[in-house]
Ligand binder design. Sequence first.
Ligand code: HAS
Length: 548
Amino acid sequence: MKETAYKFEDKIAAWHIGIALVALFLGTWFGPLQALEHAGINLYRFLAPGIQSYYQGLTLHAVLNALVWTTFFITGFFTYIFPRSLKRNLRYPRLSTVALVLMAVGLVMAAIPLLLNLATVLYTFYPPMKAHPLFYIGLTLVVVGSWVVGYNLYFTYGAWRKENPGVRTPFLAFAALITMVMWQIATLGVAAEMLGLLIPWSLGLVQGTDPQLARTFFWFTGHPLVYFWLLPAYVSWYGMMPKQAGGKLFSDSLARLAFWLFLLLSVPLGFHHQYVDPGVPAGWKFIHAVLTYGVAFPSLMTAFTVVASLETGGRARGGKGLFGWIFKLPWGDPSYAAQNLAMILFALGGISGLTNASYNVNLVVHNTTWVSGHLHLTVGTAVTLTFMGITYWLLPKMTGKELWSRKLALAQAWLWFFGMAIMSNGLHLLGLRFAAPRRTMLGAAPYAAAEWTPFLSEAAIGGALLFLSAMFYFINVLATVFASRPLSKPVEMPVAESLTDPKLTPAWLDRWVPWLAGTTVLILLAYGPILVQLISQAQLTSPGFKVW
Ligand code: HAS
């Protein structure tokens, strides 16, 4: 199909990605303010004058960067690559418009109370902290909109399947579909929380709520949420980066198996966020701990397959010896470099994740800045820096204009890498050595000891570098859109071929029913009985509090 055939999809994708970029820009503003506050330099009054407290800034930072930037980028990215992967248009264009409107309206609804300090409940919105109903309803609409994006992908896939019986689903479409199905299942938890508990409570229809049940519903969604963020990055690492490196995907079968395992294992392990919750019996926490180590397995497979794929590229470019191929990788291409740097830091973020997952080590690091260090290496780097790398090819392709400055883009990627390495090192050490609490205004905390200062300063320096990097990114994005020259040659969407013929991939890796059945059974086993118990013992008695 000609590129012009995707005009509608491109327009919708551009809206999603445009909103994502605005959210990232606004959310990023608060990042360095927090890091500097921890180091004793409070600039909120000057640089964010309308903001009432550190905690309002923190809520805005996390909602905009962790929830909005990621979700809108993912829905936009999938809307762009999915039709191209299947070489057909989306089945129901109107559904895409409905999805975009739902998501955008939901975002505006949630933003109003956030900005008015009526929803300063942090991005996990744990009750008994209570927000304005518009916040809950708005977020619900964003999620429903993202479901509708998924429905359109399923309908499109159904139509493609009828037109192409027996053909193996192209990898990019296959991986995007699994991600959206996993998301659909995962968000049942937050749907139950919003519709069953928080919205009626915030509207005054019921007098109280049950914080333990709400947290359990939240983490049913909250953990797989991190894989909803991660898998689109994996789509690029498996399905696009090998091509950018000049190589091939090492194993189509392993790549597909990793995605199926994420569908199977992403959901039934939310209790690893609730190891310290008194209302959940220890046996359930143990089961979820074991399954958490299970879900690390497809990431370990990814480390192997992706590195092996990149090695084929490095060797095809003339790399020799055990490690010589690494230097031959296209480090001068900012799109490639950003994603490879994201990957390297993810290896460290994965290790801190495995540390968190240990039931007893978690008691040492839980709710300390260690966890902030972990999440900045994962969603803040593996995901965000990968998405930034993707924009370096996607933006020129979408706009028909050259990337304004490749050098600035390269500098941006490296600055993010070093800024994040420095900041997260400081945060990890502060949490591990001194149990410095996270989500806390440390600059004003009387218990913050003098020995914390070097680490707080390290985190602040890292945060400042990250801010600079983010500004380089936005300057480049804006200049590409508004001030760059037309492309000298067309940009191709990178699609990696597989080293092995995908026809040889076993047929069970393209069958939905057994995997969906397995996923359902595992979730019922790991969550069913305890949810029945928590729901039957629920006490809607807790009042709501506005803390800040
Ligand atoms: Fe996590 C808390 C456990 C992955 C995000 N996590 C969080 C929170 C966030 C988050 C946001 O068990 C905070 C939530 C809150 O606010 O309370 N996490 C894990 C585990 C993994 C993991 C076991 N997390 C992620 C990912 C995230 C993310 C991915 C976002 C995208 N996490 C936890 C736990 C907690 C937690 C507990 C609760 C802590 C508490 O007490 O509150 C695993 O999935 C990680 C597996 C990953 C690997 C790495 C594989 C490496 C790869 C790269 C290879 C590349 C190389 C470089 C080697 C094993 C794929 C090649 C170089 C060349 C040059 C070629």
